[in-house]
Design a protein around this ligand. Structure first.
Ligand code: GAR
Length: 196
């Protein structure tokens, strides 16, 4: 069985969309894959509640308890690697995981580490993507699923979805429109990776 480990920091709606799609589409039977664990760097991440209700293993690793980024990432990797299966290295899915990862961590999971970012990359890497798209006068915004490389919010693009920016949009209304698309393309992109 190929294990998927999902990393979150907050609401976990993308994680929930992946879990629900895996159940609905029978990833276990069809793709030999399962969401094996959800890891959060925040104790109060709402997504942990949903994951536990689904019977998925959860772990919290508080980044503030570590002296350096390297130490946190080493501890994170140690938890993730528990879910490697013989001949089937774990797939690591960042879903609203708001930590910058060290090059060492990224290299360790090269080719099996994916992220979702709420902009049409390469436009607007980093934070406050929706406000920046509005401020720039963009008529379209969107979301990108990409392989993670050492450079933040870069890496080969696996999927994108586009939404219009409407005249009255605020960052919140635009974010909500984009999030709806996130929930469609992230599970689909992961299923695509699992089929390879
Ligand atoms: C999502 O919009 C995701 O694209 C974004 O955080 C939100 C998490 O929502 N990720 C980033 O900004 C990463 N730089 P969720 O916890 O409900 O999935």
């Amino acid at each position: 069985m190929k294990n998927i480990v999902i990393l979150i920091s907050g609401g976990g709606s993308n994680m929930a969309a992946i879990v629900k799609t895996a159940q609905r589409d029978g990833w276990r039977e069809r793709l030999g894959a399962q969401v094996a664990a959800v890891i959060s760097n925040k104790l109060d991440a709402k997504g942990l509640v949903f994951a536990r209700e689904q019977g998925i293993a959860t772990e919290v690793l508080d980044h503030k308890a570590f002296a350096s980024r390297e130490e946190f990432d080493a501890a994170l990797a140690a938890v993730i690697d528990r879910f490697d299966a013989p001949g089937a290295p774990v797939l690591v899915v960042l879903a609203g995981f708001m930590r910058i990862l060290t090059p060492g961590f990224v290299n360790r999971y090269a080719g099996r580490l994916v992220n979702i970012h709420p902009s049409l990359l390469p436009a607007f890497p980093g934070l406050h993507t929706h406000q920046r798209a509005i401020d720039a006068g963009c008529q379209f915004a969107g979301v990108t699923v990409h392989q993670v490389t050492a450079e933040l919010d870069h890496g080969p693009i696996l999927a994108q979805a586009v939404v219009p920016v409407l005249p009255d949009d605020t960052a919140d209304t635009l974010a909500a429109r984009v999030l709806t698309q996130e929930h469609v393309i992230y599970p689909r992109a992961i299923a695509g990776l699992l089929q390879k």
